[in-house]
Write a protein that binds this ligand. Structure first.
Ligand code: ADP
Ligand code: MG
Length: 245
């Protein structure tokens, strides 16, 4: 556990009193029952909980991939979950970066093209064509940063799990997000590759002050964050450093 003391300003991102149910036939099954989660700017927070405890749901609500039934999501003190769909799209694409357990790289594209893709989609075709050299250089630099400069021309099927996940991190970074949301980023990797991914995330957090909220069911992975929050029965119980250490 990294024990730095962070100043408690307005959180960069906060989800407050989040409630969310899913319909199962005629029944409503509550998943989140007032869960709250915050991250200060520059913080690395991990969320731990059993499978099915609602970790992914909470992360999706925080990153505007899903809407809560009740509760609020605040960015820098301003409410964002109730904005128009267009404004939410903008925030999702500019403020948040996402990585997932299963990478979700496009199999028919090279690694370099996968990393360039978010900006290709963002610009109009003409806009992209004008900026393609710049976008390519940017993608190459980010791939270098995550140690994949020797894999740029490879397709995902030619990469190891760790390389695919570092590629997914690079793809998330090209849009220069303020907050990286990571859902079980080491969940599909062996322990030593998982540690490499954690090292990459910690380096990004320390060097680039990237704010990271990471979901995991693995205590050892969770321990590497500044702070751990536990999700159980749809609510968060914060652990002190003593208890978590
Ligand atoms: P975790 O990530 O902690 O494993 P999830 O947030 O994925 O948990 O899921 C929490 C609960 O909500 C699970 O019981 C899951 O089956 C249910 N659930 C998640 N997404 C949906 C959905 N789209 N429709 C119905 N039920 C869902
Ligand atoms: Mg999950």
């Amino acid at each position: 556990m990294r024990n730095e003391i962070l100043t408690m300003n307005t959180p960069l991102i906060s989800a407050q009193a989040i409630e969310k149910s899913y319909a199962k036939g005629q029944m409503k099954v509550p998943v989140l029952r007032g869960a709250g989660l915050t991250a200060q700017r520059g913080e690395l927070v991990s969320v731990i909980g059993q499978s099915g405890s609602g970790k992914s749901t909470l992360l999706h609500v925080m990153g505007l991939l899903d809407s809560p039934d009740n509760g609020e999501v605040m960015l820098d003190g301003r409410r964002i979950d109730n904005l128009s769909p267009a404004a939410r799209d903008q925030l999702r694409n500019h403020v948040f970066g996402f990585i997932f357990q299963f990478y979700h790289l496009l199999p028919e594209l090279t690694l370099l093209e996968n990393v360039m893709a978010p900006l290709m989609i963002r610009h109009s075709f003409l806009g992209f064509w004008r900026q393609r050299k710049q976008v390519r250089t940017q993608a190459q630099e980010i791939l270098q940063q995550v140690g994949l400069d020797h894999r740029m021309k490879h397709r995902p099927s030619e990469l190891s799990g760790g390389e695919m996940q570092r590629g997914a991190i690079a793809r998330a970074l090209i849009a220069k997000p303020e907050i990286l949301l990571a859902d079980e980023p080491t969940g599909n990797l062996d322990a030593s590759t998982g540690r490499e991914i954690m090292d990459t995330l910690i380096r990004l957090n320390e060097d680039s002050k990237l704010t990271i909220v990471m979901v995991t069911h693995d205590e050892a992975v969770a321990q590497q964050a500044h702070r751990i929050v536990r999700l159980a029965e749809g609510r968060i119980a914060t652990l002190g450093h003593e208890e978590a250490a």
